[in-house]
Write a protein that binds this ligand. Structure first.
Ligand SMILES: Cc1cc2nc3c(=O)[nH]c(=O)nc-3n(C[C@H](O)[C@H](O)[C@H](O)COP(=O)(O)OP(=O)(O)OC[C@H]3O[C@@H](n4cnc5c(N)ncnc54)[C@H](O)[C@@H]3O)c2cc1C
Length: 347
């Protein structure tokens, strides 16, 4: 039997975002594991209102109140759908914690997710910005995104090709009002050449010549704990800007003028990805603080809330960071988190 959803009016979102900023939702809808999404969405109190899914709020900047429904799902099912010698086809519900999913996959003897260890958040948000870290992006493994299509009013299964995955982007990020991701299916291999080329990973593994997936995940977690501020200690949403992708001739000219500016492959020889952290640090922002809004002293790409910053203060600071990078280098920085309640171009 399906359990009823809960619907609360005028709810503080402060505990539901890792920046720890205050904003209110007109409604908070929670669909329990045994409930059904269509029934919950048909609740007459909320029909026709704008809707925003939320996981752990680790990629959100709330600049104003949300005048509609904030939706939390609670299903945390995990399953191996098919298993053979080379790998397995697995399924995870949207509310499964991402890092726990990484550990579960490793415990099944599967590889692929180890470089994505310790990314905060839930499985349902992973495809939204095609999460990536240390040389791996999740689109490499996603076979199907199960989602509720609010336009059509039905459940759909989207193939990876349907999802428009690119660097920290997908069709979901551009059609935010349309999709509610309910589960992911992934094909994970049993064996995979370890990806250790990202700066710092080999060094962290030290003398381990043939590290296991569990050892790689542990090394990635240690690096991340050192490099990134912990949101439970100081509010943040990880990288605030994407690394900018520019035409290769622009990158070559910038690197000639600024020796040491790191650049990376961007999928095509015509373009290069630049280090946003380097550009921001060169503008003197690392560790700077304006009232309670600041740039992390650990990592120039991370905007932090030292205590009681508002979303508007954090956004204003981020805009000043982007303006100074534009003025000095002529490069546009695009925000990575979803910015809610402000008249901005979404990252
Ligand atoms: C310290 C720190 C480090 C981070 N490091 C990384 C990193 O290395 N790589 C990386 O890619 N990201 C990183 N992030 C960003 C963040 O962890 C990821 O984007 C994560 O996937 C967000 O998950 P969430 O559940 O918190 O999503 P939320 O912040 O709650 O939501 C993010 C977006 O997804 C949408 N959404 C959430 N759930 C659903 C759903 N079920 N259906 C449809 N839309 C949904 C939301 O509406 C919103 O637009 C980091 C964040 C922090 C705080």
């Amino acid at each position: 039997m399906s359990e009823d959803h809960t619907l609360q009016a005028d709810v503080s979102l402060r505990p539901l975002n890792t920046f720890g900023v205050e904003a209110r939702a007109a409604w908070l809808l929670t669909v329990p594991a045994s409930g059904t999404l269509p029934e919950a969405l048909a609740d007459p109190r909320i029909v026709g209102l704008p809707l925003m899914c939320i996981g752990d709020g680790s990629n959100l900047l709330l600049v104003g109140d949300f005048p509609g429904v904030v939706l939390r799902q609670a299903s945390t099912g995990l399953a191996v759908l098919e298993d053979d010698d080379t790998g397995a086809h697995v399924r995870a519900d949207a509310a499964v914690g991402w890092d726990g999913f990484v550990d579960w996959s490793i415990a099944q003897g599967l590889a692929g997710l180890e470089n994505l260890a310790l990314i905060p958040g839930r499985v349902g948000a992973a495809p939204i910005q095609n999460i990536g870290a240390y040389g791996t992006e999740i689109d490499e493994f996603i076979t199907t995104v199960e989602a509720w299509d609010r336009n059509a009013g039905r459940s759909v299964r989207l193939s990876s090709a349907d999802c428009g995955f690119t660097y920290r982007d997908s069709r979901f990020k551009h059609e935010l009002d349309r999709w509610i991701v309910t589960a992911l299916e992934l094909r994970l291999p049993r064996l995979r050449e370890p990806r250790l080329d990202y700066p710092g990973v080999r060094e962290e593994l030290g003398s381990l010549a043939n590290p296991s997936t569990a050892e790689i995940a542990a090394a990635i977690r240690r690096i991340r704990r050192r490099k990134l501020p912990d949101p439970s200690v100081i509010g943040n949403a990880g990288s605030f800007f994407k690394n900018p992708i520019v035409p290769t001739d622009v990158a070559v000219a910038l690197i000639a003028a600024n020796p040491g500016l790191p650049s990376y492959a961007a999928g095509t020889p015509e373009r290069r990805k630049l280090s946003a952290a380097w550009l921001i640090e060169a503008c003197g922002w690392r560790g700077r603080r304006e009232r309670d809004a600041g740039v992390s002293s650990r990592h120039a790409l991370v905007v932090v809330n030292h205590g009681n910053a508002t979303g508007a203060e954090l956004l204003a600071l981020a805009r000043r960071v982007a303006e100074s990078v534009r003025a000095r280098f002529g490069v546009e920085l695009v925000p990575e988190p979803r910015i809610v309640g402000a008249d901005v171009v979404r990252g």
